[in-house]
Ligand binder design. Structure first.
Ligand code: GAP
Length: 545
């Protein structure tokens, strides 16, 4: 995160006002990195579907693009199930008024400042069975001192003797002196010795309300009057814009089933606990494909997209043990996926999830759920007439079949993809003067090359400028080409390593004599000398461009 800020990849949104939780702005390098990832997806999904890979029956895969509105008719979100069911269980602290996702509280407690302090105290016990006995005195002292600052709402801080007595009588009743971390934190919040364990607030230790369902859609109003009739929502996913235009695309293009519709764009979710940098944000970008096919072929397409999407993330550098495909357990499946071929997530091992994984993209068989619901609620006919199916007529030709297509949905998060690319690229080489290196895949690297005059005199800047302009005109559409004459060459290389620039061309004294330049490879730090006339072709071959 520090490197992201320092090098201009990602900044907290509204930073000069103290920031706004769950929102992030992309700096110059981050904007280009994100654009390169979106562009790689667009190329391999829309311009050359599935990178030219044939479909499961050997067919050419067809996918067309779409760009739909962030605000749609509010009934879209009734049909999709978001108005009724897109919610998280939420708890509020009665003392500090902070909100928490009920299913995140346990994890947040163990990570909280006061939780960590308490757990650390109990870890010093000599033997596990004595843990609480050993910690009793230090805990009471902590409650009177540090606890007042860190957890002013915690029961043991407010009523130290009463809570300590309650804990002791529980120990006597159960004979246990050792507690699981969460149990211990809960005991400190529970004054009633015989009652259920309370779950304290991760922020101040105060009392949490019962979980309540909280809808994650951002609401707004369209038009001048702000009443229920003018209420609209910022889309929580780009997918629905595709479903509601299915008929339009069929009627206005020559696509035939099976085919996909792809869209990238912003989505908004009022997440209760945004966290882990950009991983869970309130405003983020999705890259979604809705692939429409006959129900009988859905399983084949589902498997096809699971395999291809995994291979795609690998192709842009997220290889190895940090990436995996995981099929959902039955109880994880969304309502629309229960009777289908299933749902799988492509997951990345982020540093903050390790040793676990976090979702990067979901591939779901949504069956005909969305089209059916939009057909029902909007009263529009969304069935597809497939002239190549159905019984054979007297002329030996199929009579055709009318049906609601099934949908396979590979839905990826662009910001999560950028975050995974940043995490994967980040590496250290302590042998270098400036050890942080961003080893981006060449396709994603925001800066494609840099051109440096070794010194800012003796005709070197002029030669550097000519090469810089040549590289800009050939590769500028792919990312930045940099040039810089200030500071030592070592510092300039280090800055490019941190920005993830794969190749640096340096003009030195020898260039003026024999028309050669050095090329430095970011990953190895090795340099080779090539003819300056070959520099652009050299870079083209390395970038595969
Ligand atoms: N149309 C299906 C859909 O939206 P999802 O699993 O809720 O499915 C798809 O979202 C992808 O969007 C996720 O795999 C994730 O990469 C990204 N995503 C979802 N919520 C996000 C959030 N709060 N912040 C950043 N990315 C998010």
């Amino acid at each position: 995160m520090a490197l992201c800020k320092r090098r201009g990849f990602i900044y907290p949104a509204s930073e000069i006002y103290g920031g706004i939780n769950g929102f992030w702005d992309y700096g110059p390098l981050g904007t280009q990195l994100k654009r390169n990832l979106r562009e790689a997806w667009w190329q391999d999904v829309v311009m050359n579907p599935c990178g030219g890979r044939p479909g499961p029956h050997g067919e050419r895969v067809r996918i067309v693009p779409l760009d739909t509105c962030i605000i749609q008719h509010p009934r879209v979100w009734e049909a999709s199930g978001h108005v009724a069911g897109f919610s998280d269980p939420m708890q509020t602290c009665r003392a500090c008024k902070k909100l928490f996702r009920a299913d995140h509280v346990a994890e947040m407690l163990e990570e909280s400042e006061w939780g960590k302090a308490v757990l650390e105290m109990t870890r010093t016990a000599a033997a596990p069975a004595e843990r609480f006995a050993y910690a009793r005195e230090p805990l009471a002292k902590w409650a009177r001192t540090k606890g007042r600052q860190l957890a002013p709402g915690l029961a043991i801080v407010l009523e130290t003797p009463k809570v300590a007595a309650a804990i002791e009588s529980r120990i006597e009743a159960s004979g246990a002196g050792e507690f699981a971390p969460l149990e211990l934190l809960s005991l400190l919040a529970t004054a009633n010795a015989g009652g259920a364990l309370a779950t304290p607030c991760p922020n101040c230790g105060g009392d949490l309300t019962e979980p309540r369902q909280f809808n994650l859609m951002f609401e707004t109003h369209t038009g001048a009057v702000r009443d229920d009739a003018s209420k609209t929502y910022l889309r929580p996913e780009t997918a629905q814009g595709i479903f509601i235009n299915f008929r339009n695309v069929c009627d206005t293009t020559r696509v035939r089933l099976p085919f996909g519709i792809a869209q990238t764009g912003k989505a908004f979710r009022n997440e209760v606990t945004p966290r882990n940098f950009t991983f869970r944000s309130r405003e983020f970008e999705q890259m979604e494909i809705e692939f429409f096919c006959h129900a009988g072929e859905a399983r084949d397409w589902y498997r096809f997209f699971c395999d291809w999407r995994l291979a795609w993330w690998q192709s842009i550098g997220l290889g190895g043990a940090n990436l995996r495909l995981r099929a959902h357990e039955k109880d994880e499946l969304a309502h629309y996926a229960r009777d289908g071929a299933g749902t799988s997530d492509i997951e990345y091992r982020f540093p903050f999830t390790a040793p676990g994984f976090g979702e990067l993209e979901g591939v779901a068989h949504r069956a005909d759920f969305d089209l059916r619901e939009h057909q029902r609620i909007a009263g529009a006919k969304l069935e597809y007439f497939d002239s190549e199916r159905g019984e054979l007529g007297p002329n030996g030709q199929p009579k055709g079949e009318r049906y609601l297509p099934h949908v396979i949905e590979p839905s990826a998060g662009l910001d999560r993809g950028v975050l995974a690319a940043l995490c994967e690229a980040y590496s250290r080489d302590e042998s270098r003067p400036s050890p942080e290196i961003m080893r981006f895949h060449a396709r994603l690297a925001p800066i494609k090359a840099a051109v440096f005059p070794l010194v800012n005199k003796e005709g070197m800047p002029e030669v550097a400028e000519r090469l810089y302009l040549e590289l800009c005109s050939r590769f500028g559409r792919l990312g930045f080409i940099e040039t810089d004459a200030k500071q030592s060459i070592g510092k300039r290389y280090a800055r490019m390593d941190e920005a993830g620039c794969p190749y640096c061309f340096t003009i030195d004294g020898q260039t003026l004599a024999d028309q050669t330049v050095t090329v430095r490879d970011r990953d190895t730090g090795a340099q080779e000398r090539i003819a300056i006339a070959r520099a652009a072709d050299y870079l083209g071959a390395k970038l595969d461009a």
